[in-house]
Write a protein that binds this ligand. Structure first.
Ligand SMILES: Cc1cc2nc3c(=O)[nH]c(=O)nc-3n(C[C@H](O)[C@H](O)[C@H](O)COP(=O)(O)OP(=O)(O)OC[C@H]3O[C@@H](n4cnc5c(N)ncnc54)[C@H](O)[C@@H]3O)c2cc1C
Ligand code: SF4
Ligand code: SF4
Length: 429
């Protein structure tokens, strides 16, 4: 039997979002050899998919791309993308991760990222990177500033016509590529596995994801981004520029019936940010945020909220009871107005669900790291060493441990890097 490829590093970072990248950079700058393992085809996590960031309104990709490039070019960092983590175990003094490199059906050594395959491919499928709002090809580079710049063939949708292989100048397309199992051994590991949005279709009262002009907050991030699906703000059903846009807060959080009783912390702020960006793109549109409470918890956040009010964004204190299809492709919101009393119905051209955060990864069956009741990774000493988990030598950072914004994710990543480095130094005497 062929033996698995094995590699040794000082530290393994699971997840290549902003928290994982920051942890890896902080450790690598101290001279430790770090492996980043990412399940997606590119590093960057959610932040590279955002438009601008609150409260400064800086361009998200202008901050994330240099960090991605710094990690990719760092002599002490090795990045493994498109990899599945099968198990993470402590074996004596060492942490052993068993991984599978998923086939891209493209030779990573030969591919030069020229996109000729993408241009030649005749198959169009919804582009998940753009929230499914436009199309990509069956062979594609995930997005323009993806790292690595390697094509991936989507085998589920490929018609095996062979056109990509014919036009590829380096003969990189390989229809027979197989998954490859390999092992990474490290002295410490940091879990930075981040979050997913709560499902958009989980609430019957909110149309179960079937109303076309009801979109998610991440879809709106893409619509507002410079390389977005439409290059301007349009509603999906008919490409009309919306005259009124509504935000439904706590659409997936603070709801015991969904099993998500907690506040996701960032939804108020990202809704306010998007509303401000929209009012720039659509100066005469009505922009309304339906909220239960506004949680502007960070430095400069309250001022950001007050600025939004001063810009004319309408805040309605209300619990939205139902979302239904309105007249003329509009969306009807029925809500209880908590300030003026009474139940009201109002129609909007486009409605954004401010969905919450749930963990993107569940350690059950993969490693013995414990989770809290909310399924995020448990910090065993939250007040003294927040990155510490119950598993010796294993730390956690970013939204993997609970909902938080970018600033807090980066701070926690720095803390995880310090704790993991301290652990290495102590262990090695
Ligand atoms: C719509 C929206 C707008 C936002 N806007 C802002 C904003 O303006 N300002 C702000 O401060 N915050 C904002 N946030 C919050 C921000 O996105 C997060 O704070 C930040 O992305 C957290 O980074 P992270 O690295 O912890 O997680 P992620 O970005 O989720 O990265 C985690 C990475 O780990 C990978 N991964 C997961 N499981 C595995 C596994 N088993 N193996 C390998 N890899 C794995 C994932 O693929 C991903 O790449 C917003 C959030 C949303 C939803
Ligand atoms: S697979 Fe070939 S055609 Fe496609 S990006 Fe790579 S080198 Fe270019
Ligand atoms: S073989 Fe598949 S990926 Fe290649 S061009 Fe044809 S449909 Fe596209």
């Amino acid at each position: 039997m062929e033996s698995k490829r094995e590699m040794k590093f000082d530290a393994l970072v699971v997840g290549g979002g902003i928290a994982g990248l920051q942890t890896a950079l902080d450790m690598a700058d101290q001279g430790f050899k770090v492996a980043i393992v990412e399940k997606d085809a590119s590093i960057g996590g959610k932040m590279i998919r955002l438009s601008k960031v609150f409260p400064t309104l800086d361009c998200a990709s202008c901050i994330t791309t240099p960090k991605m490039a710094a990690a990719a070019h760092h002599e002490n960092i090795t990045i493994f993308t498109y990899c599945n983590l099968n198990s993470l175990e402590r074996e004596g003094d060492v942490i052993t991760a068993s991984l599978t490199q998923q086939p891209r059906y493209v030779d990573p050594v030969k591919c030069i990222g020229c996109r000729q395959c993408e241009y030649g491919c005749p198959v169009y499928v919804p582009d998940e990177e753009q929230g499914g709002l436009n199309a990509r090809k069956a062979i594609y580079i995930p997005f323009s500033n993806a790292i690595p710049q390697l094509a991936v063939l989507d085998v589920e949708n490929c018609s095996l016509c062979g056109k990509c292989a014919k036009v590829c100048p380096t003969d990189a397309v390989d229809f027979f590529q197989q998954p490859e199992d390999f092992v990474i051994r490290a002295d410490t590991a940091v879990l930075a596995t981040g979050f997913r949005l709560t499902p958009a279709d989980q609430k019957k009262q909110y149309g179960e994801g079937k109303i076309e002009n009801v979109i998610t907050s991440l879809q709106m991030e893409r619509i507002l981004a410079p390389h977005g699906p439409y290059q301007r703000v349009l509603r999906p059903s008919d490409g009309k520029e919306p005259d009124s846009v509504a935000y439904v807060q706590c659409a997936g959080s603070r709801d015991k019936s969904l099993g998500i009783p907690y506040c996701s912390r960032v939804c108020c702020m990202y809704a306010i940010k998007q509303a401000m960006l929209l009012s720039g793109s659509l100066p005469i549109a009505d922009i309304v945020i339906y909220y239960m409470d506004i949680r502007a918890f960070g430095k400069g956040y309250e001022q950001f909220y007050q600025n939004a009010k001063a810009m004319g964004i309408e805040f309605v204190k209300a619990k939205v009871a139902s979302i239904t299809q309105g007249e003329d492709q509009t969306v009807a919101l029925r809500y209880e107005n908590q300030e003026e009393g009474g139940v009201e119905t109002r129609e909007h051209d486009l409605v954004v669900l401010s969905l919450g955060m749930v963990p993107d990864w569940n350690p059950a069956g993969i490693c013995e790291v414990a989770t809290d009741d909310d399924a995020f990774i448990k910090s065993v000493m939250p007040k003294m060493a927040p990155a510490l988990t119950n598993m010796e030598g294993v730390f956690a950072a970013g939204v993997a441990t609970g909902p938080k914004d970018i600033v807090d994710s980066i701070v926690e990543a720095g803390s995880a890097a310090m704790e993991a480095s301290g652990y290495l130094v102590e262990k090695r005497g």
